[in-house]
Design a binder for this molecule. Structure first.
Ligand code: ZN
Length: 96
């Protein structure tokens, strides 16, 4: 996929195979799920109208723990230096 190649090239240049870590709690069973985000493969350019003005990347991910079938969706925006601008999570989980 072309976009991924471009993104990974950008991240290589800015020194980042940096991994972001989120800890998420499943609201159904209480499991704490650690999610590792690889910016080069998990993020893309935002295309939707909801994106903050300075957003350079968006992350959307479906998270499923090991204990139940409760799916948690997260959506985060980042600026060009990968600083998180906003975060959103479905009703089924919480950031901790
Ligand atoms: Zn669960």
């Amino acid at each position: 996929m072309k976009l991924k190649k471009i993104l990974s090239a950008i991240f290589k240049k800015t020194g980042g195979s940096k991994t972001l870590i989120y800890r998420i709690k499943c609201k159904k069973c209480g499991e704490i799920i650690t999610v590792r985000i690889n910016p080069g493969t998990d993020m893309r350019s935002p295309y939707d109208d909801d994106a903050p003005e300075n957003a350079a990347y968006i992350l959307t991910k479906e998270i499923l723990g090991g204990k139940c079938q409760n799916i948690i969706n997260i959506k985060c925006y980042y600026d060009a230096s990968l600083k998180e601008i906003s975060r959103d999570i479905s009703e089924t989980g919480t950031f901790i």
